[in-house]
Each structure stands twice: as C-alpha cells, then as structure tokens.
Write a protein that binds this ligand. Structure first.
Ligand SMILES: [Ca+2]
Ligand SMILES: [Ca+2]
Ligand SMILES: [Ca+2]
Length: 363
C-alpha cells in the first residue's frame, strides 16, 4: 500500500488516521519525499516485474549456499525469491537475473526457511501469503539444493484469514513456525511439518488480532521475539512462544524522523554477535535499524538508498536481509528491498551490500 502523498500531508497536519484507508498512487520518481538518513547506494537491481506494465513487486526472501547449486540451468550460490503480487513468484540469481518464474497467482509476502527434510533430504521451504480467490492462505514451495531442479510447488496452508497479507517463518527449537498476518491484523501461527507421504501439514498454535492493518513480521528465536509492523501504529514485539498469546510491547511507535507510516516490511540480519532489525519507513522512504540482541531494541539510526549506478529506492513495501557470505558479491551479507518507482520499467528489487550500511551507520 502506497500512502506517500497523503501521508506526507497527513503527518504534518495530524490527519493520519483519517487518511489511512486511501490508497494513492505515487506519481513519479521526481516527486518522492525522502526523509533524513545516512546514504548508501544499491549495488545492483533485478529486471522490472510484470509483463503488462503493472507495478506489482512486493516482497523478497534471500537464501545463500556455501556450495554452488543449479537453478534453471545456471550455477549459483543462492537466490532471491521476489513476489509479483499480481502474477506469482520470481527466483533471481545473486546478480539479479531471473532464473525462474512461477505463475502462481496473487502472492504477496514471501519468506523461506531451512529445517525441514523430505525423505532424509534437507529442503529449503518457501512460503508466500496467497490472496488468490479460492486459495487463500500460505502457498508453499520446495527447493532441494541437491536436486538441481529449481523451486517447485509443495502445497498450501489453508486459513480462515480473508486477505492473507504479511508472512514470515520462524525457527523455534526443532520446529518450523509459519506466521500469517491478515490485512485486518489477524495473526495465525502454525507449526509446519512434512507428513509421512511428504506433504505439508500445519497445526495452528496461536491466533490473535493486532488491531488494524498490519503486514511485516520477523522473528528472533534467541530473544523469543516476534516483531510485527502495524502500519499506522508502529512496531510491536510479541513473544515467539505461542503460549504468550497476545501480550505485546510497542517497541517503536510511528514517529517523525524514525518511522513514518506506513510501517511496512521488517527483517532481521545477523552480523557476528549482533543482530539488527531493519524496517521500511514507507512514508519517508527510509530504513530504520534497531539492535535487538540485548534485552530491549536499541535504535541505531536509519539509512536511505540514493541514486548511483542504480536508481534510488522509494516507497518500499517488503525487504529481506541475510548476514554472512551471500555469493562472491556480498561477502558479509546483503539487504534486498522492493523499489516502488524504478527509473526504467515497472517496480523491481534493489540489492544493497550490508557492509555499505554498516559503515554508513557506524555499526
Ligand atoms: Ca519477505
Ligand atoms: Ca527508484
Ligand atoms: Ca533501475
């Protein structure tokens, strides 16, 4: 959801709540408002999504491998999955090139996890919130790193959520949890397994309501934290432990200069002993960062993605980050963000070297 123009007006006049349901197209790169933040530049970008000039890129997920794998006949040390919320799922190489496209329908947020095996073979599981009528829930996909066959459909988690919107995986001990956030703020947390026949099986372990429109989520197992962005309110921390129910703390309210509505995507990056939560402050096209490995999140500043070899980033919906080596190009990690206005063609995804962010923020 893009609220840039109205949000910029509404924030200054205190009318934010009144404007929250209006979706306004952002008219062009030159008119984007970008707030204060240290500047970095993207290293590369994907092609534009879509085939009919539609603006539809939404959310990425990153996977990296120490050894090369094959996708679409190409050898790669990882991939970035990215949704086209009007068409399906792209699989990009770490150079941004399209390796695969799955025309799977109205997929919105995507995440991936390790931790499940089929027939003794470790799998990468991808999950995407699916708004396709008749299929609403979480669409599931498998990537078998040893098979060389690319990403393939695996099934789905069905849900009572009317409009699946946000989605993230979490690891909790030996369990894989799938967390779905509905457009109206409904949360459904499942434990995901593979049954004896190799099919997905999901058991709901918690459901609660956030309150209003929400999307981004990210889990930090080590601190038992589940962060969720309520778009016009701020970032909540719930416990990842489903027995904690709906108890929560507002760790970052929407606030000028830090987090401007919509509060959109959330992701976590591990950097040595430190872990950071990165958000998308969509209303002013900045990315706030909090260190989260201590007892409380500590705000570390925010960055903007300026024009360089690749055009600047504005109005980001979803983002993902992965620390450690991600191919040769990103030896200490990468952050991938959706860009609302690409300079040529429709929306796409930009790749930022984590080292550039770390230096810019003095982390
Ligand atoms: Ca994602
Ligand atoms: Ca741009
Ligand atoms: Ca571009």
């Amino acid at each position: 959801m893009i609220l840039r123009t109205l949000t910029a007006i509404a924030t200054s006049t205190g009318l934010l709540a009144a404007c929250a349901t209006h979706e306004v197209d952002y008219p062009g790169e030159g008119e984007g408002f970008v707030g204060e933040g240290v500047a970095v530049q993207a290293r590369l970008e994907t092609p534009s999504v879509g085939t009919a000039g539609q603006d539809a890129a939404d959310d990425p997920a990153i996977w990296a491998s120490a050894v090369p794998v094959r996708i679409g006949g190409v050898s790669t040390r990882g991939f970035v999955a990215g949704t086209d919320k009007k068409a399906g799922l792209y699989i990009y190489g770490l150079d941004g090139a399209v390796l695969q496209f799955l025309p799977e329908g109205l997929l919105n947020n995507v995440d991936l996890t390790e931790g499940l095996a089929l027939g003794g073979r470790p799998q990468v599981v991808l999950g995407a919130s699916d708004r396709t009528p008749g299929k609403t829930g979480v669409a599931l996909y498998l990537f078998d790193p040893a098979a060389g066959t690319g990403v393939r459909p695996w099934g789905a988690v069905t849900s009572d959520v009317v409009e699946p919107y946000g989605f993230c995986f979490a690891r909790r001990g030996a369990e894989v949890h799938a967390i779905l956030v509905g457009h109206e703020g409904e949360v459904r947390q499942f434990v995901l397994t593979a049954d004896a026949a190799g099919r997905p099986a999901a058991r709901e372990v918690r459901h609660f309501d956030i309150g209003t429109i929400s999307e981004g989520c990210a889990a930090d197992e080590a601190t038992d934290a589940l962060y969720i962005a309520e778009e016009n309110i701020g970032v909540w921390r719930y416990r990842l432990d489903p027995s904690a129910g709906a108890a929560r703390t507002l760790v970052q309210p929407v606030a000028p200069g830090v987090l401007v509505a919509d509060a959109e995507g959330l992701t976590i990056i591990e950097d040595g002993a430190a872990r950071y939560l990165i958000g998308s402050s969509q209303g002013d096209s900045t990315f706030p960062v909090w260190r989260i490995d201590g007892p409380q999140p500590v705000y570390s500043g925010r960055f903007v993605v300026d024009a360089g070899a690749v055009d600047r980033v504005t109005g980001t919906d979803g983002l993902d980050a992965l620390g450690g080596p991600v191919g040769d190009a990103f030896p200490e990690g990468v952050v991938v963000v959706q860009d609302d206005v690409n300079d040529a063609g429709t929306q796409n995804f930009k790749f930022i070297d984590w080292r550039d962010i770390r230096v810019a923020l003095g982390l």
